[in-house]
Ligand binder design. Structure first.
Ligand code: M6R
Length: 612
């Protein structure tokens, strides 16, 4: 949600900032802006994408060695030139870029208005920059003191960078609830809301913690907290990220690249964690909490969007393989409905980005209630891994397309490893079953590869349904969450209304929608509900619905009933979601491309949702 980039050093800031914004654009893309200091500070900002900003600045002379840039996903105030960041305070002393939400901005605004401040736009960020200036001018103090004093009065979340016209050779960065990473170069520093714009310059980074304030000059970084003037020693981490991981590498879109990366991503998720030779699953991040996990009376899984769908697959896995009762909750609902959480509960938070605000809030609540909280995250060093007691990284590599693809399959891979491991430790699984599952998991990447080789067939089906206005996705058992995920993929990138249902629920309502204009995607592989789902297919056929079915290799029965089928290889029933979701991802992708949609940056969305 909004991208932040900053630079201070001996190089021209503009190319670093504009390229950084392009890398960050997946976080928000409704307006963009830049501020560069060169004797005085020039600010350019406009509605639209980073390319619009680049076009707007192309004829300007933007030289200078200190600057910052922002790409926005609007919360307060519509996307327009005025609400775009950077924001400058009324008397011109401060310039700010901000990610997050200042919850008490209306109170602060009222105070400022009474003091004569006037506002150009509607953002909470503009209030904050003026509040900082107000304190600064009142106290005749330093920029750092004014920023820290202002932030101590702020309620809400922020990741921000500030420039002060009286101290121009300095950037101030602060974080609370919205991530900021500082890249440490040779006589230079980079600031960003995630590591993607930094990695091409340096791999040495400092992850700011909540309440940290960094005062940064080109050859000096001082770290303090909002409330405490004492200097803290920063910890420098080395990024495990390469530039080509954040490039499209010949693919038309990041989403397509990420779909095709899934064999490798899943392999990386279980690499070093499962050993067929030793018949072992080793999840280092859970080592210390394993005894508590084995004794678990209940697991609560929290997540949002695709991660929530992965959690639903997790529910089936833990209940079936380890016989542990599971509840799956949306982070956003969990936090507000006074849930019953026991001290011996295990809460598993799933998140690709590790920054989703609703999931983070659910974690905090679960911790307050004394539960053991585990994370399954992709982004190393993000907030969720730092907020949880233990966890497992998915190691899927950066996911840049707004629609989650490899995140889902790598999350399900981790959940499968956990469930199989617990099933073994709790003596639910026989040795034979345990080994079958382990082998099947190890074979998943090759099977996905085989599905991907057939992507042209999905493309053909997409060409037939590209103009659909509605679509139903139906599945049962392990394939019900896959139906939900297929529908989410289609609606978010192609803007076709799509809904997922457990197939048997169709007759309780959605069947009313079925006519010759309603494509119905059945995910109907040969598992224990196969015969049942065939009855559901008949029901759709009888009402002239069009049937597209994902079926098991060699299926003949459904082929006779469906208008189009797509075969996937056989595997253990528990692991079918890992295969069945792939054609659905491809279907959405091709339909969206054929409809001329911006696949990687769908309208109104952003990659990580760091606000409520
Ligand atoms: O980063 P997270 O996994 O926590 O993100 C959760 C959702 O915002 C995310 O899955 C979203 O639904 C995607 N756009 C789905 O493709």
């Amino acid at each position: 949600m909004c991208g932040i980039v900053g630079y201070i050093g001996n190089k021209e800031a503009y190319p670093i900032l504009i390229n950084g914004l392009k890398r960050l654009e997946y976080r928000g893309y409704d307006s963009a802006g830049i501020a560069i200091y060169n004797g005085e500070t020039a600010i350019y900002k406009c509605k639209g994408k980073v390319s619009d900003l680049e076009h707007y600045t192309s004829k300007k002379s933007l030289v200078g060695f200190v600057g910052m840039g922002h790409t926005r996903w609007a919360t307060h105030g519509e996307p327009n030139d005025i609400n775009a960041h950077p924001h400058q305070s009324m008397y011109g002393k401060f310039i700010l870029i901000h990610n997050g939400i200042i919850e008490n901005y209306s109170q602060l605004k009222k105070i400022l208005e009474e003091k004569g401040y006037r506002f150009k736009g509607e953002t909470d960020s503009e209030v904050l920059v003026n509040f900082i200036e107000y304190i600064y001018l009142q106290g005749k103090t330093t920029a750092e003191i004014a920023v820290r004093a202002a932030l101590s009065k702020v309620i809400g979340a922020y990741g921000l960078v500030i420039m002060c016209s009286d101290e121009p050779e300095q950037l101030i960065a602060a974080r609370k609830g919205s991530p900021l990473v500082i890249g440490v170069g040779d006589g230079e520093y980079f600031i960003a809301s995630d590591a993607t714009p930094i990695v091409e310059h340096t791999k040495s980074v400092i992850f700011l913690n909540d309440d940290d304030v960094a005062i940064i000059r080109k050859d000096e970084l001082t770290l303090k907290t909002v409330k405490n003037d004492k200097i803290i020693q920063p910890t420098i981490h080395q990024l495990d990220l390469d530039v080509d991981e954040i490039e499209k590498n010949g693919f038309d879109h990041f989403m397509l690249k990420e779909i095709f990366e899934q064999p490798r991503a899943i392999h990386d998720t279980f690499r070093g964690r499962i050993s067929l030779e030793k018949k072992e699953i080793h999840l280092g991040g859970l080592y210390n909490v394993l005894p508590r996990l084995v004794e678990a009376k209940r697991i609560i899984i929290v997540g949002c969007g695709t991660s929530w769908h992965a959690g639903l697959v997790g529910e089936y896995l833990f209940e079936e393989l380890a016989r542990i009762p599971v509840e799956v909750e949306y982070g956003s609902e969990f936090r507000y409905r006074n849930p019953v959480i026991y001290e011996d509960d295990i809460v598993i938070a799933i998140s690709q980005s590790g920054e989703t605000a609703d999931t983070l809030a659910a974690i905090q609540l679960a911790k307050q209630k004394g539960a053991l909280v585990l994370g399954i995250c992709n982004v190393v060093g993000s907030s969720i891994p730092r907020e949880t007691h233990a966890g497992v990284y998915t190691h899927a590599g950066p996911e840049i397309g707004v629609a989650s693809t490899k995140a889902f399959t790598s999350q399900v891979t981790v959940l499968a490893m956990m469930a199989i491991l617990l099933g073994k430790k709790r003596n639910v699984l026989s040795n034979e079953r345990y080994e079958q599952l382990l082998t099947a998991l190890a074979n998943i990447p090759d099977k996905i590869e085989k599905i991907l080789q057939n992507s042209e067939k999905v493309k053909h089906i997409a060409s037939i349904y590209q103009n659909a206005t509605n679509c139903l996705y139906l599945g049962r058992g392990y394939l019900y969450p896959v139906a939900l995920e297929g529908a989410l993929k289609l609606k978010e990138i192609s803007y076709i209304h799509a809904e997922g249902y457990p197939a048997a629920e169709m007759k309780h309502g959605p069947i009313a929608l079925i006519d010759e204009n309603m494509p119905v995607v059945f995910i109907a592989t040969q598992d224990k509900t196969y015969e049942k789902i065939i009855s559901n297919i008949q029901e759709v056929r009888a009402r002239k619905g069009t049937i597209i079915a994902v079926v098991s290799e060699g299926d003949t029965k459904i082929k006779e009933m469906a208008h189009h089928t797509f075969e996937i290889p056989h595997t253990e029933e528990e692991l079918i979601p890992l295969l069945a979701v792939i054609p659905l991802q491809l279907l959405s992708y091709y339909i969206a491309v054929m409809r001329g949609c911006n696949v990687d940056q769908p309208r109104n969305l952003a990659k990580s949702v760091t606000v409520e």
